[in-house]
Design a protein around this ligand. Structure first.
Ligand code: GLN
Length: 447
């Protein structure tokens, strides 16, 4: 803990941590030392973990990196974090992110932007940018992020670390400040596959506080990392040959596929004709869910309340106008629009139908093949400000990550070399729901 605390201080300019729990982390560590001496330590004893600023931790502040949650202190600990603490992990602090998880560059945070440690003029990706950089710069052993449409995998790719989005419902969302409830997952960043697997197997599993959490038993992923059988691997033509793809990413992805073929795996090109529909589907449904989820922030129950109100209505209006950032307001408006009576069928209902088509298509592919391999992102880390005035260009960053989110299947990003500027490239692997053990084993084989 002392080592990490001093590292966090020397790397303060990266702005990965919003708050460091120096005292409670040292106290936790001392208590765990005693447990170790008594032979009673949990399986994560001494693992130092940072958590994204959207996860609730008892008597600690969580802001979702938004002004509207300024001063909000949680009165309970979310299930995922609690399960880590129960196994003697140490929570060292909370990590910067895009406001309510909305963004791909970590530029939408009330706490300021996070710098990519490999090139400080570039974004770390988002929305879990702080979580990615904390692991990249070795400011903690492992970190938690959340992934609604790529927010763990894309920053993992931009920073050269490993990031998993588990199957939807695998990890309880209790204590996660909601963005889009039918997409939100809690994921893990790490520098190696084993740590990642160990943390996920500890957090996962049924939870009475989240009725959508799966009842399926959780295998011990960290003990199932051996990969020996020949696999059936598909790659999506429309992604690997996409015009949006940076040439070095294409080359590195094709290289891996070639190598896999040489090693005796079955590697086949398949079509994904629905690629053009994944982003519109994702952005219609997530903005709709966000507009509903974020209606609870009214200045009464949580965090910020405007000092400028003269009656109840102006209190609501001014609190929300002053408290939410620009991107969040844009999404609330979009979501309110697609849910409005006259447009509901044209947008919301249609997007739900397309979601089902994408899900069915993806799951069908994943019954024929063990894995789908594709690039994590169309480009490597871009410069600050590059997409700030163009929301659609920013949304295009999610082109390859939203398929797994729309379908609910697990997906991991692992490092796959660098581009000509020395910036990390990510390789993404998807598999069918609840096959995290197989996903980790394959990732382990490739890293
Ligand atoms: N970049 C995507 C978005 O802005 C993904 C965010 C996320 O996964 N939380 O919605």
């Amino acid at each position: 803990v002392k080592y990490y605390l001093s590292k966090i201080e020397t790397k303060a300019q990266l702005n990965a941590f919003v708050e460091v729990y120096s005292q409670s982390a040292l106290e936790q560590a001392a208590a765990i030392d005693e447990k170790i001496a008594a032979g009673k330590a949990g399986k994560l004893a001494g693992m130092v973990i940072g958590i994204k600023d959207v996860l609730c931790y008892n008597e600690h502040e969580s802001n979702a990196s938004s002004k509207i949650l300024e001063g909000f202190e949680s009165q309970f600990t979310g299930t995922a974090v609690q399960r880590l603490i129960d196994e003697d992990a140490i929570i060292i602090g909370r990590l910067n992110c895009d406001e309510f998880g909305m963004g791909s560059s970590n530029e939408n945070s009330v706490h300021g932007k996070v710098l990519n440690a490999i090139d400080e003029t570039r974004v770390p990706g988002g929305s879990s940018g702080g979580s990615a950089v904390a692991v990249q710069a070795n400011l903690c052993t492992v970190s938690l992020g959340t992934d609604t449409g790529g927010s763990v995998r894309q920053p993992a790719a931009f920073t050269g670390v490993i990031g998993i989005k588990p199957t939807y419902s695998r990890v309880s969302r209790f204590g996660l400040i909601a963005y889009a409830s039918s997409f939100d997952t809690i994921g893990v960043f790490s520098n190696n596959v084993k740590d990642n697997a160990l943390v996920l197997e500890t957090m996962a599993g049924p939870d009475d506080y989240d009725s959508t959490s799966s009842r399926k038993p959780v295998p011990a992923y960290s003990k199932l990392l051996h990969f020996d059988k020949p696999a059936k691997i598909a790659y999506l033509k429309e992604t690997v040959h996409s015009e949006a793809l940076q040439p070095e990413i294409k080359a590195n992805t094709l290289n891996v596929l070639e190598k896999l073929k040489e090693e005796g795996h079955k590697v086949e090109e398949v079509n994904f004709p629905l690629l053009d529909y994944v982003l519109p589907t994702y952005y219609i449904l997530t903005t709709a869910e966000a507009s509903s989820n974020l209606s609870r922030f009214d200045g009464v129950k949580y965090g910020y309340r405007t000092p400028n109100a003269h009656n109840l209505e102006s209190m609501y209006k001014l609190t929300r106008s002053e408290g939410f950032g620009e991107e969040v307001k844009r999404r609330i408006m979009l979501g309110t629009f697609v849910l409005s009576a006259s447009y509901y069928d044209a947008y919301f209902t249609k997007a739900q139908k397309v979601r089902k088509l994408i899900k069915d298509y993806t799951e069908d592919l994943l019954t024929k093949y063990d894995y789908i391999v594709l690039p994590t992102t169309p480009s490597t880390a871009f410069k600050f400000g590059e997409h700030s005035n163009d929301p659609v260009a920013m949304y295009l960053e999610d082109l390859f990550t939203v398929q797994a989110s729309v379908s609910g299947v697990p997906s991991i990003s692992i490092p796959n070399g660098k581009d000509d500027k020395g910036l990390p490239i990510g390789l993404q692997i998807m598999t069918n729901s609840f096959k995290e053990a197989e996903l980790y084993a394959f990732a382990n084989y490739l890293t």
